[in-house]
Structure formats: structure tokens, C-alpha cells
Design a binder for this molecule. Structure first.
Ligand code: ZN
Ligand code: ZN
Length: 320
């Protein structure tokens, strides 16, 4: 579909020559794309990883000084991973990380006797970032694979936190869906009150029920009131918060709080504020493979520019 919207052929030509792009499976054939054979959720995440890695690599190649440092500061976390074998052998590794991949808690679908449990997004993110887990790993002392505990701490957090949601399994998808439903239910009372306040704010129509005006926006005390736009406002509650506050503790652990819509955020007690800036999602459609959708919060200046550009001359002058 996007082929009609813009010609990305120059970009594509350059892109095809990058070995990492084909290694990560980022190049889709036309047939693959239209038949819906591609794994789009995985593609989104591979792209994210690729773009970040490429950005760092290209900057290092062209700028060995402050530019690289600045880009790294924007996107890189400095991570320390502590690995401890059952035998007691400990190893520590310093590394950098460009994105967080979410891992979800084990989730059992709710039943009549076991209601769905609310788990906050911030706690899922926190656990994913700290990666406190036990896994099979090779130990040089034991000379075999052993259950090994792994723990991550941080020495630096990036300015831009990039997250791969890794919604690939069905149970993770169900987990996310149920958290969305719980968030909607949690906000339903507040939403109901909002709608009541909205209807109370609509002025009575001076013609009352005798009003014949199509789409009259005043109140008539009949069924027309229900179609008033002020009553069509949806419950916009979401599991995903609009922002996060993250604090890096002295011991390298992190603490995450969620920022909800109207809350005023104070930058105190060592928390860094992050706002949801962009997201890429996959809208599923079994016949075509679906579409990829990007949401980008562009800010006011972008919309101002958009308004001015297509105007005829005289309108433009008025605006200036
Ligand atoms: Zn060991
Ligand atoms: Zn009216």
C-alpha cells in the first residue's frame, strides 16, 4: 500500500546493500508482503534494533568525538550483569544496551474462582530491565551447564528509552488484552462521571423538543441528546501509561513509577521523566497480513507548519 504513497527507491537501493539488513530479515519481497507471510511483529522489533545499532555505528564512523558521546547518551544504557552459578562462582560483565525487551509474568487465564489480576506496566518494565532470572548457563568451574541466576543493574539510563514489546506468544497477548480490560474497568466510574458532567454542561435548546434543526448541538431532553458529541467520548483508559518516571538507585537497581494523563509531574528525588513519544503497532488481518501503524507525538510546532503550508497566499498573509 505504501508504494503508492511515496517512492522510497533510493533508500531501498542503499538499504539492500547493508549486510545487517538482510541478516535480520528486514528485506521483504513484494510477494511475501502482500501474501501476509511476513512476521510483522518480529519485523517491527528487528527494525527497532537495527536502526538503533546503525545509528551508533554510523556516528562512530563519522565522528570520534563529542557527537558519538552525545548519541550514546541519548540511546545507550550502561548495564552490569551479574551471573552466579549454583556452585558459587560469580562473574560480572559490563555492557551497553540499546533497548529493553519486555518479558511478561506467567499468566493464567482468569476463571470464575480466580479473577484476573492487575499487573502494572511499570512493574513489567522494571522486571524486564532488571532481568532477575534463573537459567541454564555454562560454568567453567563445574565444566557443564548449571542453573544460574542472572541479575542486571544499571550505571546509566538513556535519555530515550526504546522498548520492544515482544508480544509474540498467545498467552502474552491475552495478558496484555486482559490488562487493557482491567484498566478500562478501573476508569469506568470516572468516565461515567465525566459523561454526566458533560451533559450537564450542554445548554438547553431554546426551541426545546419542537426544535427541527439538523444536528442542533443544544440539549432537547429527548433521544437526540444521546448523539451529542460530548456524550460520545470514549473511555480512553489504557494499560500503557503516557509517561514514566525512572530513578536509578545507588545500588544500580531502578524504580519506575507511571505517569497518568493529567498528573503534574515534578522532577524531584532523582527521577527522570520519560514521555510516550512514538509507537509502532501491527493491525492484524488474516487475509492481507495487516498493516503497520506508527503513532508519533509531533508537538505543536509541527501542526502549525502543516496549517500554514497548504494555504493560498492571502490566507497565508493573514496568518503572518
Ligand atoms: Zn559452577
Ligand atoms: Zn435544538
Amino acid at each position: 500500500m505504501y508504494h503508492f504513497c511515496f517512492q522510497g527507491s533510493n533508500f531501498l537501493r542503499a538499504f539492500r546493500t547493508i549486510p545487517e539488513a538482510s541478516a535480520l530479515g528486514l528485506l521483504l519481497g513484494d510477494a511475501e508482503e502482500s501474501a501476509g507471510k511476513a512476521n510483522f511483529p518480529r519485523l517491527i522489533q528487528s527494525w527497532n534494533r537495527f536502526v538503533l545499532q546503525q545509528l551508533i555505528q554510523d556516528t562512530i564512523e563519522t565522528d570520534s568525538g563529542s557527537g558519538t558521546e552525545r548519541i550514546k547518551q541519548m540511546f545507550e544504557s550502561e548495564v552490569q550483569t551479574e551471573v552466579k552459578c549454583r556452585c558459587g562462582k560469580e562473574t560480572e560483565r559490563k555492557s551497553t544496551s540499546l533497548l529493553v525487551t519486555l518479558t511478561y509474568p506467567e499468566f493464567l487465564p482468569p476463571t470464575a474462582t480466580r479473577p484476573a489480576k492487575e499487573v502494572s506496566f511499570s512493574s513489567v518494565l522494571q522486571n524486564s530491565m532488571l532481568l532477575d532470572q534463573t537459567m541454564q548457563a555454562w560454568c567453567d568451574d563445574c565444566n557443564r551447564y548449571q542453573p544460574t541466576s542472572q541479575k542486571r543493574t544499571y550505571t546509566r539510563l538513556p535519555d530515550v528509552l526504546s522498548i520492544n514489546c515482544h508480544l509474540e506468544s498467545n498467552s502474552d497477548m491475552v495478558f496484555w488484552k486482559i490488562q487493557e480490560q482491567l484498566a478500562l474497568a478501573r476508569e469506568s466510574e470516572a468516565h461515567k462521571q465525566q459523561l454526566e458532567a458533560n451533559i450537564a454542561s450542554i445548554k438547553m435548546c431554546r426551541y426545546g423538543q419542537a426544535c427541527t434543526r439538523q444536528g442542533c448541538k443544544f440539549r432537547h431532553m429527548d433521544e437526540r441528546d444521546a448523539s451529542n458529541p460530548l456524550l460520545q467520548e470514549e473511555n480512553k483508559a489504557s494499560w500503557l501509561p503516557h509517561g514514566l518516571r525512572i530513578r536509578l538507585n545507588k545500588d544500580g537497581t531502578i524504580e519506575i513509577q507511571e505517569v497518568r494523563d493529567e498528573e503534574k509531574v515534578e522532577s524531584s528525588s532523582g527521577f527522570i521523566n520519560y514521555y510516550l513519544h512514538a509507537s509502532v503497532g501491527h493491525i492484524r488481518d488474516v487475509r492481507t497480513g495487516g498493516n503497520l501503524i506508527a503513532h508519533v507525538q509531533v508537538g505543536k510546532t509541527y501542526h502549525k507548519r502543516k496549517e500554514v503550508r497548504p494555504c493560498p497566499n492571502e490566507q497565508l498573509q493573514q496568518l503572518l
